[in-house]
Design a protein around this ligand. Structure first.
Ligand SMILES: NC(=O)c1ccc[n+]([C@@H]2O[C@H](COP(=O)([O-])OP(=O)(O)OC[C@H]3O[C@@H](n4cnc5c(N)ncnc54)[C@H](OP(=O)(O)O)[C@@H]3O)[C@@H](O)[C@H]2O)c1
Length: 349
């Protein structure tokens, strides 16, 4: 493990000085104002809403008058406890609902989406925020748990709920939003799996590479796959701007006081906690950034958002090799989703 970690440090691409300066500057000096957009009559789903950044975003959507806010939580008990900490609008306590969702189980994702299709008459914002950084090697549904949670199930859910987002956009004549919560960790991955015949197959075992790299790889995959999803939707709709859904990815930046690194590999947790002590934002600031992405305009479609603005993703993501890896991962993901549930990719339109 120590030898693999040292090898991994050498393999991680050098981060350009421009990114380091941008990162320090935005972490230390960029603050977003209190969100003020009205969500009156809107329906919002937030995954991983019981803690950290997702919980703070939930508080804002409720404060901004959303008609229905669905907290998608793997533990409804933790979800209910978190709900109890949110100030509800007088006379409308039904505004928040806690629905069970375990991204480690494809059956749970299917059940959640079926319920959403049956019970929601609209869906304006789908904020796919839940994420994990595993410290022990574990499989969920046959793939390493970080990859199953952050990538496969998250995209499965996003794609399954496209018809509801699309219908809402058409009926309201206003774009609905599908936002994937990625991370600047996508800059710091060696992502050696891109050289394998099948990227996702290599996540079925511990493999030869430092597997603590998988959090960064999962976040890179989210950035690459968001771009592919946006392109696919545009192509199927007959050109850019024809689909009433905006799809984007966002990083909240490093936020302290969340549970994210509770199970991360210890060495990563030590590095992050030390950095976090100096430069972390509050989860509330992180939430404001996610919400800015989840109401972004057409210029954000397929793009990566950092500190409230469209920003270039990593050099690798922009490179020809990164684009090729994104297409390869997208093709594989489509096959996996068809295996989980035949016909699920028809939802792309
Ligand atoms: N904090 C940061 O510095 C930072 C930086 C960049 C990006 N991000 C991203 O921001 C997002 C939110 O992170 P956070 O910092 O707020 O961490 P957090 O407090 O740990 O929140 C993560 C949420 O995801 C949920 N979750 C994990 N596995 C799940 C599963 N299998 N099914 C359903 N929900 C699951 C957690 O539920 P449980 O409570 O049940 O575990 C929790 O509610 C993540 O996607 C993370 O990668 C965070």
């Amino acid at each position: 493990m120590a030898a693999q970690f040292i090898k991994y440090i050498w393999e991680v691409p050098a981060v350009p000085l421009s990114f380091t300066l941008h990162y320090l500057k935005t972490q230390l000096f960029t603050t977003l104002p209190l969100p003020t957009t009205s969500y009156s009559s809107k329906t919002v789903i937030i995954t991983g809403a019981n803690s950290g950044i997702g919980l703070e975003a939930t508080r804002h959507y409720v404060r901004l008058g959303a008609a229905r806010v669905i907290m998608a939580c793997r533990s409804t008990e933790r979800g209910e406890r978190a709900k109890a900490s949110i100030a509800l609008p007088a006379g409308n306590e039904a505004v928040i609902e806690v629905w069970p969702l375990d991204l480690c189980s494809f059956e749970s994702v299917k059940a959640f989406c079926k319920r959403a299709q049956e019970e929601l008459n609209r869906l304006d914002v789908l904020l796919l925020n839940a994420g994990i950084a595993m410290g022990e090697f574990e499989l969920s549904e046959g793939y390493e748990t970080t990859i199953t949670t952050n990538v496969i199930s998250t995209f499965f859910m996003g794609i399954k709920l496209l018809p509801l987002l699309r219908r809402t956009g058409i009926e309201r004549n206003e774009e609905s939003h599908l936002t994937f919560v990625a991370s600047e960790a996508h800059y710091f991955t060696a992502f050696k799996e891109r050289h394998e015949d099948k990227i996702f197959e290599s996540y079925k075992s511990k493999g030869d590479h430092y597997w603590g790299d998988r959090y960064g790889a999962s976040k890179l995959l989210e950035v690459l796959l968001t771009r592919e999803l946006a392109e696919t939707l545009d192509q199927r709709a007959g050109g850019p701007g024809k689909i009433p859904i905006i799809v984007n990815s966002v990083t909240p930046g490093m936020c302290g006081a969340t549970s994210l690194f509770r199970s991360a590999p210890w060495i990563i947790a030590v590095i992050i906690r030390s950095m976090s002590w100096i430069i972390a934002r509050s989860p509330d600031q992180g939430a404001r950034i996610l919400m800015a992405a989840a109401e972004g305009g057409r210029e954000t479609h397929g793009k990566y958002i950092d500190s409230g603005k469209v920003h270039d993703p990593s050099k690798f993501a922009l490179s020809d090799e990164g684009k090729k890896a994104g297409k390869k991962a997208w093709g594989e993901l489509m096959e996996i989703l068809e295996t989980i549930e035949p016909g699920s990719t028809f939802m792309l339109g």
